[in-house]
Design a protein around this ligand. Sequence first.
Ligand code: NAI
Ligand code: MG
Length: 423
Amino acid sequence: MTAYERCRVLLRFADLIEQHNDEIAALESWDGGKPLEQSAGAEVPMAARCMRYYAGWADKIHGMVVPADGPHHVQVLREPIGVAGQIIPWNFPLLMFAWKVGPALACGNAVVLKTAEQTPLSALYVASLLHEAGLPEGVLNVVPGFGPTAGAALCSHMGVDKLAFTGSTGTGKIILELAARSNLKPVTLELGGKSPFIVMDDADVDQAVELAHRAIFFNQGQCCCAGSRTFVHESVYDEFVEKSKARAQRRVVGDPFKKGVEQGPQIDGQQFKKILGYVKSGVDSGATLVTGGDRLGSRGFYVQPTVFADVEDEMKIAKEEIFGPIQSILKFRDVGEVVRRANPTQYGLAAGVFTGSLDTANAVARALRVGTVWVNCYDVFDAAIPFGGYKMSGVGREKGPYSLGNYLQTKAVVAPLRDPAWL
Ligand code: NAI
Ligand code: MG
């Protein structure tokens, strides 16, 4: 297929996603339990935006002619890498589909995509829309299945040329190993995080409280880039804790299909138990339970919006990824101290910095070893902004032009340039 045709297929696909916004959003909320308003208002439109972004790239990917030393004509070609194996998680099934499938198809590859066992529906549905948009049969193959069987088979397969994965750091390591043991296929990984959300003494406290709340509680706390360590300057700490408590208590938890609901149930019983285990660990290690701390009601995997204060760096709740609606607030005294405490974690996905000073924002943004720093904002995503992690939060970048290199091979074609007899 020509590059322009690929562009047109992806543009038609984006239109179809928008036309079916409500059905896709309903599937997404049904499968994963996230509030329908968020699926319909954010996840589905962002997936369409991502497809249009990569549609725009399809006919702008090209090589170059290099002025090498000596009488040679040197072309550098950019070719599709081949068959891309993609494994996605359950927290943002449709968006992860878009981040992975968009660049792979724009670059002219074929795809085998494995959905998470909890959430196969939206990918299966939009795959049929992609077919309707004109993608030839066999180019995109959605395989729902279990990780250790279907997922591992994809990672080990000798006919798969590239792997892209989003999920836990532990599974990411297994995937790298499987790739190494089979055909050394290149792997990009987008893994876990323990992202600091830093509130300086000159921040707008009310804005910081609200955004810190959303940074941790959004999507039931099931975000790789959740602001899961809320660092607050001592001069505003007490006020911040009081206001965070009030905000958490106002959070509307319930049926994801009801209007105005901010938080639905956790994805499954396993995650639900894991989260409540972390709450117990927080209490046992001496953190102050400010609000919440238990399941909500007696049916379904609902967790009370929970806030811990007086959290210390070495506590498990400050170190490990909880992936639930649990906020941990830590106190700091000066900027140098908070940077020194924010960095020593195995993760390095994202961070938030709240300050009225441009100098502080710039200096802290450069000092943090993370893939994304949000200044006086959080969770701002666009298809054009690169995303990925330092350290054990990942390998490589997705989105923006950075995804393209993951799905292309580079070929040098070198031929002699001879002076013709007539010269
Ligand atoms: P997981 O990383 O095991 O699952 C994610 C995907 O990997 C799923 O599609 C799964 O089927 C697949 N998978 C699992 N084992 C595999 C294997 N051996 N080979 C190939 N593919 C495999 O995550 P899980 O178990 O659902 O959740 C555990 C924890 O991971 C969560 O509590 C959370 O901390 C973290 N997580 C992070 C995500 C992120 O966005 N970075 C997304 C989901 C989970
Ligand atoms: Mg797992």
